[in-house]
Each structure stands twice: as structure tokens, then as C-alpha cells.
Design a protein around this ligand. Sequence first.
Ligand SMILES: [Zn+2]
Ligand SMILES: [Zn+2]
Length: 285
Amino acid sequence: MSFRLGFHASSAGTLEKTAEFVAGLGGNTFQIFSSSPRMWHAPPPDRTQALLLERARTKLDLFPLVIHANYLINLCSADSGIRAKSISAFRGEIERALVIGAEYLVVHPGSSKDLAIEDAIKLGVEGLIEAAKDKASNRLKILLENTAGQGAAVGCKLEELAALKQGSQDNVAIPIGYCLDTCHLFAAGFPIHEADGLAATLAHVEQLLGLENVPVIHTNDSKPAFGSRVDRHDNIGKGQITIEAFDRIINEPRLRDKAFILETPSEDGGHARDMAALRNLRRPG
Ligand SMILES: [Zn+2]
Ligand SMILES: [Zn+2]
């Protein structure tokens, strides 16, 4: 089984160039934004570029491709204007992901502000259903990402992610799964930095989400301390999670077939260094 490891790549011009850049650094999977992550409006996808990307991915063996949705999207917002914009923006994300041929589209559940969590989840469910209306795929999967629990973020508890999927999946013709972020788990109080804590967390994931529904692991170290609820990524081994913990994560038998995507600081060759560190840790399985 090949070790799928890559990183979030900022656009290197065209989609094809971005793929070549990732492969050049030694990645065999990657994540991108399909438009500016901080703007509501996005141009339609370029079908020629999408074809060239597909060809490059086949040639360079870059699988899977993950698209990370725009940061502005908040399907759980109590503000009806923001919700309407979020639904239409997420619909655009789905349309672009389908044209680009991505395997996964990762989205943060959003933030509930003054709402009770059950009400926020109800809005999130309705938002997912509306955004995906009349869209279907057996290639693309929508992945709900766990959060650090900063502010009123929905999705720092696995029960919340499970409720979003359970509430919407029967009315969405695109399969729904989950993306787990190591930094967010650690910040939200899952003790994945300890051997026992990782085992307990995985048991919890297995019970509430099902590990088969978690194809992607955002592999980030954390600058802030355990349980801080603050989301700040660090390079592998430089943060509070520690290299010993990443050794356990990367070699965990139940996680071996996952795609590990770094969202760590890219300065001074950070991604190449982080990938090398993780590759060194990985033992033949
Ligand atoms: Zn992430
Ligand atoms: Zn984060």
C-alpha cells in the first residue's frame, strides 16, 4: 500500500503547474483552493485546464486531489444573508470540484454564534442539502472537517460532525464523509499526543464517525498548547504534538491507507521538510 502524503499547494498559475509543483517536491496527493479562499465570487472553472490537470495527475500519480472550500462559507450562520451567500458559494465549490475531477471537497461546518448547537446543526444540514440540490457524483465526496473549537465553531465535537452527516446524507446525492485535522483534534482536547490518548480518540472516531468515512487526515502540528481551542498550525515536530506522536499516527495500522495532507507553514521549504520527516518515520507495513 503506497504512503499517500502531500500538502496544501497555493496556486502556481495553472492547475497543471500546481500538480507539477507538488510532484516536484515529492508529494503524491495534494489539496488546493479552487478559487480565492476569501472572496465570495468565483469565476467558472476552466474545462481545458481541468483536462490538463487530469492528465498530469495520471502521469505523475497524484491521488487523491482534495479541494478545500472557501473560508467565508458558514452554512450554520444565524444571519440569513450570510447563509444564503454561503449556500450559493458552496454550490459553486461543488460545481468546480466536479469539473476539476477532485475526489474530495473539505468544508468547515461553520460557526453558530448565539444559536444553540442543535439549531446551528439544523441550519447546517439544510444548507448542505440546498447547496448540493440536483448534484450527484460517485467520484466526489464532501468531507466535513473537525474544528479546534475556536469561538462558536461547530464541529469540534465528533457528535456534531456525525449529526451533520446523519441529518443530510439521505437528501444529498454526493457521499458525505469526514476530514480530521490533527492540530484541531489536539486543540479541541483530544489527547492524540499520547499513545493512550490516540487509541482512545480513534476508538471514539470509530464509534461516532466510522474510520472508513475518514479518507483524509490534515497532518499539522500545533503551536498552542493541548486543549487551547486555538487553531494555529506548526511544522511537524516543531509544535506541541511532538514527533513521537506523529510517528504513532503515521504508522497506526488503521490510518495507513489515509491521505495525509500537510497544511503547515510553507516558509523556508517547510512542506518538503515536513514530508521528509514523515517519510522517515513511516515503517514498511
Ligand atoms: Zn485542516
Ligand atoms: Zn486549522
